[in-house]
Design a protein around this ligand. Structure first.
Ligand SMILES: *Cc1c(COP(=O)(O)O)cnc(C)c1O
Length: 354
C-alpha cells in the first residue's frame, strides 16, 4: 500500500485554490490578479506583483543543494509550515495519532494539538545519551498512526538518529509517513537521509535555511519527498507561501560564493562547539554536557534556574528546557561567535557556576 492512501480520505477530491499565478500563463500586460500597476515608492524589485507559488529557480537550486529532483521539493515558509501541512494532510481530527520522541522539538505537539490529533512519545533516557530503540517507537504505532516525526539531529538533545532512518522507513512502509526533521543535519558530518527518498516512498525530509544558512528571518524551508506527495502538499499550502524578498535572499545565500563562505563558517562553528563543550563541562555547577550533532549544546546544571540567571546577568540568554521530559536541570546553549561563547563562559565562571 502506498503511503498516499494514508492521506485523509475526505481530501481525495480537494480542489486547490486556483491562484492567478498558479495557472502559469505568461503575458507582458497582466490584468489577472488585481495587483497595482505601479511600483511602491522605493521598490526596485516588483513587489506589486504576486510571487510565483513555487519559483522554478529556487526549486532547482534547492534540488541541487539537497541532491534530489526539483519535483521532490516543496519550498515553503520554513519547516514549521511543512510540519503543519503534513499533519493537516494526513491526520483525521479527533481520531488519528502521530508518534515522536520525548524530549524533542515542540512544533510537532503544536501542530498535532491544532489538528486535534494525539501525540504519542517514546521517552529517551539521558543516562543512555538519549539513544533510540526503534522497536519502542514502532510499539506505539497502530492503525491510526499517520506520521512519525524523527528529529535528527534531535533538538534539544543534539542526538543524531541517522542510522535509524532506513530501518524505521522500512518498518513503517504502507503504514505511516516517516518525517525526518533535518534542521541541523549540516552540523552532523553526513549528508542526511535525502539519498533514501527514491527507495522509500513513505519518507519525507524537512530541511531549512534557518540554521546553517543564516536566514531564519526569511522563513524558507523545504519538504523533500516523492513527487506525488510533494504535489499534494503544494495543493493544500497557502496560494503564495514564499514572499519574493525571501526567495531572493535564499537564491543569494545559495549562490556558490555565499555557499562556500557558509561552509567555511560552519567548520569554524564545529570547532567552537567542541571548545565550548569542554569549557562548560569543566565548570563546577555543570555536571553534564552531552555530545551534539547540532549547532547547540545541552547541559545539565546543579541548579538550572541559577545558571540561567547567572548567564542573563552577563547579558547572555540561554534556553531553559528543564521542563521537558527527562531534562530536569537542563539548559540549551546555541553556539554563537567566539566572543559570544567567551561571554557565556565568563558569566558562568563568576563566583563558580551555581
Ligand atoms: C529550528 C528548527 C526548525 C526550523 O524551522 P523553520 O520553520 O524552518 O525556521 C525545524 N525543526 C527543528 C527541530 C528546529 O529546531
Amino acid at each position: 500500500m502506498s503511503v498516499l492512501e494514508r492521506i485523509r480520505p475526505d481530501l481525495a477530491g480537494f480542489v486547490p485554490y486556483a491562484s492567478a499565478r498558479r495557472a502559469g500563463h505568461r503575458a507582458g500586460i497582466r490584468l489577472d490578479a488585481n495587483e497595482a500597476p505601479w511600483l511602491q515608492a522605493g521598490d526596485g524589485s516588483g513587489l506589486n506583483r504576486y510571487p510565483s507559488p513555487q519559483p522554478a529557480d529556487l526549486l532547482a537550486v534547492l534540488a541541487g543543494l539537497y541532491d534530489v529532483r526539483a519535483g521532490q521539493v516543496y519550498a515553503g515558509r520554513g519547516s514549521d509550515e511543512a510540519i503543519d501541512l503534513l499533519v493537516r494532510l494526513f491526520c483525521r481530527a479527533g481520531r488519528d495519532n502521530v508518534v515522536t520522541l520525548a524530549p524533542t522539538f515542540g512544533m510537532y505537539q503544536v501542530a498535532a494539538s491544532l489538528q486535534d490529533v494525539a501525540l504519542r512519545r517514546v521517552a529517551l533516557d539521558p543516562e543512555q545519551d538519549f539513544a533510540l530503540d526503534p522497536q519502542r517507537l514502532l510499539d506505539l504505532v497502530d492503525d491510526d498512526t499517520r506520521l512519525v516525526f524523527l528529529c535528527s539531529p534531535n533538538n534539544p538533545t543534539g542526538t543524531d538518529f541517522h542510522a535509524e532512518v532506513e530501518p524505521l522507513a522500512r518498518a513503517l512502509a504502507g503504514r505511516a509517513l516517516l518525517v525526518v526533521d533535518e534542521a541541523y543535519v549540516e552540523f552532523a558530518g553526513h549528508a542526511g537521509a535525502a539519498g533514501l527518498l527514491d527507495r522509500h516512498e513513505n519518507l519525507a525530509i524537512l530541511r531549512t535555511l534557518s540554521k546553517l544558512h543564516a536566514l531564519a528571518g526569511a522563513r524558507v524551508g523545504a519538504l523533500l519527498a516523492a513527487e506525488p506527495l510533494v504535489a499534494r502538499i503544494a495543493g493544500i499550502a497557502a496560494p503564495y507561501p514564499l514572499p519574493a524578498p525571501s526567495v531572493a535572499a535564499a537564491l543569494a545565500a545559495l549562490a556558490p560564493p555565499a555557499l562556500a563562505r557558509t561552509l567555511a563558517l560552519r567548520d569554524g562553528l564545529l570547532a567552537e562547539r567542541e571548545r565550548v563543550r569542554a569549557a562548560l563541562a569543566a565548570l563546577p555547577g555543570i555536571d553534564r554536557v552531552w555530545p551534539s550533532a547540532g549547532n547547540f549544546l545541552l547541559l545539565r546544571c546543579h541548579d538550572a534556574a541559577a545558571t540561567f540567571a547567572r548567564a542573563l546577568a552577563g547579558d547572555v540568554l540561554l534556553r531553559d528546557v528543564s521542563g521537558q521530559p527527562g531534562l530536569a536541570g537542563c539548559l540549551r546553549a546555541s553556539i554563537g561567535t567566539r566572543a559570544d561563547s567567551d561571554a557565556l563562559l565568563a558569566a558562568l565562571a563568576v563566583g563558580g557556576a551555581a
